[in-house]
Design a binder for this molecule. Structure first.
Ligand SMILES: [Fe+2]
Ligand SMILES: [Fe+2]
Length: 229
């Protein structure tokens, strides 16, 4: 598989109080995650992806409602944010095949979702710029974490198991694809979200546009209501 090229070193230098709050909040959460999970990257991925899939849907909802009220075009923001939420949910569905969360982790996920959803919703209403900056910084950290996960595999501390079938279908990976290939495309997704969200924050703050890492190709998810019924 050809490794998706991404710029690992992208970091938005905080400009102003809003950015500093966003970065400080991200660093506190990073420290909490490092303390809680240490080197358990599979478990870390499962729990954090349940959080990562929240902001896109919150942003999409609030932009959708704002566009209805103001009767204006969304300039593509709503679909972009919904795609981000869906993509993050597919990360979760993939990593659940690699690591099963413990009962305690499931309880943490439920509690964290309540708090984070309400917090992020309120933050987005108060300052959508700070909210997108927070996600941009979260994604910078996600790129770093998946780089550590790759080193874990490469140095033989975790087995490089075959890629789960759901990941092979979603990213159209070759037959012999492994967990390493999956982490490479997931990390490229995170880099894409990083740049999109920093870009949204820049746009709201009137800052110049920056380049966006391409999203690795994946198949569109089609509704399967008939099968589900
Ligand atoms: Fe993710
Ligand atoms: Fe992410």
């Amino acid at each position: 598989m050809i490794e998706p090229f991404i710029d690992l070193g992208v970091h938005h230098k905080p400009q102003g109080l809003s950015d500093r709050v966003a970065l400080g909040f991200t660093k506190v959460l990073r420290w909490t995650a490092d303390t809680f999970f240490a080197e358990r990257y599979g478990h870390r991925a499962v729990v954090l992806e349940t959080v990562a899939a929240v902001p896109g849907m919150v942003g999409a909802t609030i932009n959708h409602l704002a566009c209805l009220r103001r009767m204006v075009d969304d300039k593509g923001w709503i679909k972009t944010l919904m795609d981000e939420a869906e993509n993050e949910r597919m990360h979760l569905m993939t990593f659940i095949e690699i690591s099963k969360p413990t009962g305690f982790e499931r309880a943490v996920i439920i509690g964290v979702q309540w708090v984070f959803y309400l917090f992020f919703f309120a933050l987005y209403l108060v300052s959508s710029k700070t909210a997108h900056r927070v996600v941009g910084y979260f994604e910078e950290e996600a790129v770093i974490s998946y780089t550590h996960y790759l080193a874990e595999l490469d140095e033989g501390r975790s087995p490089n198991v075959p890629a789960p079938a759901i990941a092979k279908r979603y990213w159209a990976l070759p037959d012999g694809a492994t967990l390493r290939d999956v982490i490479l495309v997931v990390r490229a997704d995170e880099a894409h979200h990083r740049d999109v969200n920093h870009g949204f924050a820049n746009q709201i703050g009137g800052l110049p546009e920056t380049s966006v890492a391409p999203c690795p190709p994946h198949v569109p998810l089609e509704p399967i209501w008939k099968q589900a019924a």
